[in-house]
Write a protein that binds this ligand. Structure first.
Ligand code: THU
Length: 157
């Protein structure tokens, strides 16, 4: 038996000002995208912004439904929109922001497992790393690739 360990490296920033210009723009787009959230049940408003290889930013926000499973997270709303509108462009980065009643939470917004799996698929499709920026008020985390937030990715069919 061998004991193994998986280490994950990520970058922490205390302010949007500390991000590079591209990442800051994407993080601000994710915060802005929170305005598009429709969350009458959870009141938890999430915004996401995807950067494509041509520089274009595609936004998304969580959309809830009375039949709960019919709703969708902000990240998948953004990625599916980007995938449908720009099928030939790689998604090189995604930023996520969220908070109760439209107010950005202090803690960075961490994507759910299903959204991580979808990120993994689009990273594979694009053929280049997709960085993931989780935005909080006064705390921002950046992961350089989806593998870092979804170790041992399933992509074997
Ligand atoms: N939500 C997201 O939009 N992204 C996530 O990664 C986690 C959760 C949404 C779904 C639902 O509308 C609300 O947040 C509460 O779970």
């Amino acid at each position: 038996m061998n004991d193994k360990e998986i280490n994950i490296k990520f970058h922490e920033y205390a302010s949007l000002k500390d991000l590079d210009a591209n990442d800051r723009e994407l993080a601000e787009a994710a915060i802005d995208a929170m305005k598009g959230s429709y969350a009458p049940y959870s009141h938890f408003n999430v915004g996401a912004a995807v950067r494509l290889s041509n520089g274009v930013i595609v936004k998304g926000a969580n959309q809830e439904n009375a039949a709960f499973p019919s709703g969708l997270c902000a990240e998948r709303t953004a990625m599916f929109s980007a995938g449908a509108s720009y099928p030939d462009k790689a998604m090189v980065s995604i930023a996520i922001a969220g908070g109760v009643m439209g107010r950005l939470a202090k803690a960075p917004a961490t994507p759910c497992g299903a959204c991580r799996q979808v990120m993994a698929q689009y990273q594979l499709k694009g053929g280049k790393p997709m960085s993931v920026i989780m935005v909080g008020d006064g705390q921002i985390w950046k992961f350089d690739k989806v593998d870092d937030i979804l170790p041992l990715i399933f992509d074997s069919i």
